[in-house]
Design a protein around this ligand. Structure first.
Ligand SMILES: [Zn+2]
Length: 367
């Protein structure tokens, strides 16, 4: 039950009209601002609910925390259970494929309102629509309340269609762009959902989230097989992340010092790494290209130095794979490519010999 022990301490303070909650993880090293409360968070000048990634804290009438509540999600990021810190189930929610709540087999429906795809279900006047950021979604219809702002990209379907009519395999986390391409495979959909949930759980999903939420950014994630080419990669020219949900790699930590051993990177770390590149390119194209072309003796270029020494290390630490004093690698050279069973695994099922570079692989796709 380690999942449920992460957020239990907080410091509450008020700055003018803004309220923040600060939490520190059990590792004691990471403190993060949990953001501002949602609309109902302050009742009668008392805090009532604070949302954080993965759950929320509730307060009693004196403003003291009286409960920590955690979401248990399925592969699509739907909140299926709410449990308290002792593991007691407080709410159960089952869904029809398009997100409608199955009342007969759900329990304690009114406890909290973040449900399908962890989005807020607004039951005011019986309208029952989900607030999916860009638009409202009527799960019972099932359709959006207004046309898709990117409808012209999808001429073949109604601009009110949810997830191209395939809600079992596809999610729509921002009401906008389909980042998994037009016909994503099941392994890509599930691999992405698992990775996203795991990164959210450990607080390392900043880059993936930014990509999903950015309207101007149209990064597409294309699935590769683990041995298609020499690694996952973000290609800025096509704004595409090439990623395998089954690909890991075993690398020497320090190429000059074999005594430091090896580090095995999992697919979830791979997508995070590439998402960091994608996020950087889409937030500052000029600087990204400049850094990509600024050579770096140790890490190939300045952009790789930024990612390898930055989010790559933060993610490995958040996942509990290295200590504060360790690093995943001190270079940007590939290692052995391995196939693993799922995005969180580092157990090699197969080890592949060195393979071709991504541009050569892309050329084979075009033929
Ligand atoms: Zn990179």
């Amino acid at each position: 039950m380690q999942y449920f022990g992460i957020l239990e301490r907080y410091i509450f303070r008020r700055v003018h009209t803004f309220s923040f909650i600060l939490c520190s993880s059990m590792r004691g090293t990471r403190a993060s601002c949990l953001g501002q409360p949602d609309g109902e968070a302050v009742k009668n000048s008392q805090p009532s609910t604070y949302l954080f990634d993965g759950g929320y804290a509730s307060f009693d009438s004196n403003g003291a925390v009286d409960g920590w509540h955690y979401y248990i999600q399925d592969y699509m990021g739907n909140n299926r259970l709410v449990v308290n810190k002792n593991g007691t189930v407080e709410q159960v929610t089952h869904y029809y494929p398009y997100g409608g709540v199955i009342g007969d087999i759900s329990t304690n429906e009114s406890l909290q309102k973040y449900k399908f795809e962890s989005k807020e279900l607004d039951r005011t006047f019986g309208l029952d629509n989900y607030d999916i950021h860009a638009r409202q979604y009527f799960a019972m219809a099932p359709m959006w309340d207004r046309i898709d702002p990117l409808a012209e990209k999808y001429y073949g379907m109604s601009p009110y269609t949810y997830c191209g009519g395939d809600p079992v395999n596809r999610g729509d986390y921002n009401g906008r762009y389909n980042s998994l391409g037009d016909n994503p495979s099941w392994s890509l959909i599930s691999g992405y959902a698992i990775s996203r949930a795991e990164l959210a759980r450990v607080g390392a999903d900043k880059n993936l989230r930014a990509l999903e939420m950015d309207m101007t950014c149209v990064v597409t994630i294309v699935e590769i097989r683990p041995d298609d080419c020499d690694g996952n990669q973000f290609d800025y020219k096509s704004n595409t992340i090439f990623w395998s949900p089954e690909r890991g790699s075993i690398r020497q930590v320090d190429l000059d010092d074999p005594t430091l051993g090896t580090y095995t990177s999992s697919p979830v770390e791979g997508i995070q790494h590439e998402a960091d590149h994608g996020q950087k390119y889409n937030s500052n194209k000029e600087e990204y290209i400049k850094d990509l072309n600024t050579e770096d003796e140790q890490f190939k270029n300045k952009e790789e130095r930024r990612v390898v020494t930055g989010s790559e290390q933060e993610t490995a630490r958040a996942l509990g794979k290295i200590s504060d004093r360790q690093v995943t690698r001190k270079h940007h050279k590939g290692g052995k490519t391995i196939r693993v069973s799922d995005p969180l695994s580092t157990t090699p099922l197969e080890v592949f010999p060195p393979t071709i570079k991504l541009p050569e692989f892309q050329a084979t796709l075009k033929k």
